[in-house]
Design a protein around this ligand. Structure first.
Ligand code: BTN
Length: 321
């Protein structure tokens, strides 16, 4: 029932009378009051004015009850919010293996104890500040096209933060979300696939939302940033998550209906990598040249000094002047 009261309260900005709620939900006024108290205990700020009724002022910063009805659309079926997990990607994968998980499930955590970054690195995941979120989907894509999911998440992530934070976020190949030359978010996609079909994909996104510079460990302070630092004020995690899930559904629809072209076009538009002189570290080897383009598989085309084009699937880029 709290979901239903919430739906009523979130569907309009005005007051909803206790009588209307009790009639629409078929419960007593006393039951309405009890449920309102329950929501308040969960962190919802609800104004109550005699003779007017109830009005939702603010939702807690991460609340599944609040998020799902606001996302709308058809792709996302369920949102699970957890306080602390090892890694939202790992939880998604283990839930999928143990109990099966509905494609379209989103797992969000306030804190990760062992957040995973690309190339086996750690993703700094303190509580109360950022977004750590994994989406489970069963995409209608050939396994060779799986990198498109990361391209999709990068475009959706960049567009979301551009809108919600009003800041010029760009994408650094392959999937870093950047503000100027500092990293603000990253994507880690993991898949279970047979040779001819993807059974399950977990798209993990981490976004530094309300971190202040001092909240980052010393070694990250010069290379990491947050939406808050860019926008100049704190931004509600709920708002970013809602917009991100909508953007992801939008681009997923485009990818499945129109193919890769529009998505790659959007990636190129938001890229801060193309046309730049770069050095790429791939394991123990490094290569340098001009980042010419990305191909239809999301590989970076590096134009070497010799003029030769090399397609690169993974690596760490440093911009050269
Ligand atoms: C990167 O190195 O750029 C990728 C970072 C991905 C971090 C996110 S946070 C949510 C999800 N769970 C994880 O353990 N990692 C991803």
């Amino acid at each position: 029932m709290p979901e239903s009261i919430l739906n009523l309260l979130t569907s309009c900005d005005a007051f909803v009378s206790g009588q209307e709620i009790s009639t629409r939900l078929g419960v007593t006024r006393a039951a309405v009051w009890k449920k309102i108290s329950g929501l308040r205990q969960k962190g919802f700020v609800i104004e109550a004015v005699p003779s007017k009724g109830y009005r939702l002022i603010r939702a807690p910063d991460l609340a599944a009850d609040y998020l799902l009805p606001r996302v709308k659309g058809a792709l996302w079926k369920d949102i699970l919010v957890r306080d602390t997990v090892d890694s939202t990607n790992d939880l998604a994968i283990s839930l999928a293996a143990k109990e099966g998980i509905t494609p379209g499930t989103v797992i969000i955590a306030d804190r990760q104890k062992s957040g995973k970054g690309r190339l086996g690195r750690r993703w700094e995941s303190p509580g109360g500040k950022n977004i750590y979120m994994s989406m489970v989907i069963r995409p209608e894509l050939a396994p060779r096209d799986v990198t498109m999911l990361t391209v999709l998440a990068a475009v959706a992530g960049a567009r979301t933060i551009q809108k919600t934070g009003n800041i010029p976020v760009t994408i650094k190949w392959p999937n870093d979300l950047m503000l100027a030359d500092k990293k603000l978010g990253g994507i880690l996609t993991e898949v279970r696939a047979d040779p001819d079909r993807i059974n399950l994909a977990v798209i993990g996104i981490g976004i530094n939302v309300n971190m202040r510079p001092a909240d980052f460990p010393e070694e990250l302070r010069n290379i990491a940033t947050s939406v808050r630092s860019g926008a100049g004020h704190a931004v509600a995690r709920n708002d970013i998550i809602i917009e991100l899930l909508r953007e992801l559904e939008h681009w997923y629809g485009i990818l499945t209906k129109e193919g890769k072209k529009p998505l790659l076009h959007a990636w190129r538009k938001d890229s801060s990598t193309l046309g730049r002189k770069v050095r790429i570290a791939i394991g123990n080897t490094t290569m340098s040249g001009i980042a010419e383009d990305i191909d239809d598989n999301g590989m970076l085309q590096l134009k070497m000094h010799s003029g030769e084009l090399r397609n690169i699937s993974a690596g760490d880029i440093t911009f050269l002047r």
